[in-house]
Design a binder for this molecule. Structure first.
Ligand code: HEC
Length: 249
């Protein structure tokens, strides 16, 4: 038993190293799930750049607009394809079969993506990092690859905002020799600066975090009210008890 334990312990560092060898470190999305302005901007980005391929099948436009504080008529006018009814589910126009044919894999529904990719805020961090990890790779069908999702079937949907990043190298002295050392992704040619792009991606992830748990903000508020109610009830019940026992004593 003891030997087995020692053997396992000896191997543990190997596993840890193997899993982190090539995977780039996750960046932190730092989303604020109560920031409605960010969610509104994120919803707009989502409708423009993602909805063509990825649906949000558990979510209705009406609920989304109401939760995010977007007036229904404005939302219908600016955020949805013409002819959409406000009570409809936010499904994508693309069917699974065509998606699989065009991209090698169908674009998955993203309703729960921030929860599927990790617990707590890990899933949000993953999506944030993923959208910042596309880079030029001429060997791929769409000319791009992704550092956290190798050989991904998805094109770089936000290329006009970020530009096309390349895997940049710098000449550095290694073991007494000048070598090209990988220093990260460098994007050029987008309409946004690097920090503006970070902000846009954070807004998108904030929106997706809301979609994954639409009742979260409500339930926090309700939870607080329930606690206050229970405290008031406790006082009343205590007074009642005293009242009852007075005659008995
Ligand atoms: C042109 C179609 C298309 C557009 C537009 C698009 N995607 Fe994708 N996306 C795909 C496909 C196809 C996959 C599946 C890739 C694979 O499995 O190789 C994918 C995968 C993903 C994944 C990984 C899902 C998983 O389960 O691992 C995420 C996250 C994602 N897309 C987010 C987005 C976001 C956010 C946008 C908008 C900014 C967007 N996508 C725009 C086609 C698209």
């Amino acid at each position: 038993m003891k030997k087995l334990l020692i053997a396992i312990l000896a191997f543990l560092p190997t596993f840890a190293m193997a899993s982190s060898a090539n995977a780039p470190a996750m960046e932190h999305a730092n989303v604020d799930i109560r920031d409605k302005a960010a969610m509104q901007r994120g919803a707009q980005l989502y409708m423009n750049y993602c909805m063509g391929c990825h649906g949000l099948q558990y979510q209705r436009f009406e609920r989304t607009f109401n939760d995010l504080g977007i007036p229904l008529d404005l939302g219908l006018q600016h955020l949805v394809p013409e002819g959409t009814k406000v009570g409809e589910l936010m499904t994508s126009a693309m069917d699974t079969e065509s998606g699989a044919k065009w991209f090698g894999a169908p674009p998955p529904d993203l309703s729960l993506i921030t929860r599927l990719k990790g617990s707590g805020t890990k899933g949000q961090d993953w999506v944030f990092t993923y959208l910042k990890s596309f880079y030029a790779d001429p060997t791929r069908p769409f000319g791009v690859n992704n550092e956290v999702f190798k050989d991904v079937g998805m094109p770089h949907a936000l290329i006009e905002l970020q530009g096309l990043p390349t895997q940049a190298t710098e000449k550095q002295l290694v073991d007494g020799e000048m070598k090209d050392v990988y220093v990260g992704l460098k994007a050029t040619g987008g309409s946004m600066s690097a920090s503006e792009y970070d902000g846009a991606v954070r807004d998108l992830v904030t929106f997706l975090a809301y979609v994954a748990e639409p009742s979260r903000v409500d339930s926090e508020a309700i939870g607080k009210n329930v606690m206050i109610f229970l405290l008031v009830l406790l006082v009343l019940v205590f007074l009642l008890k005293k009242e009852f026992w007075r005659d008995i004593h």
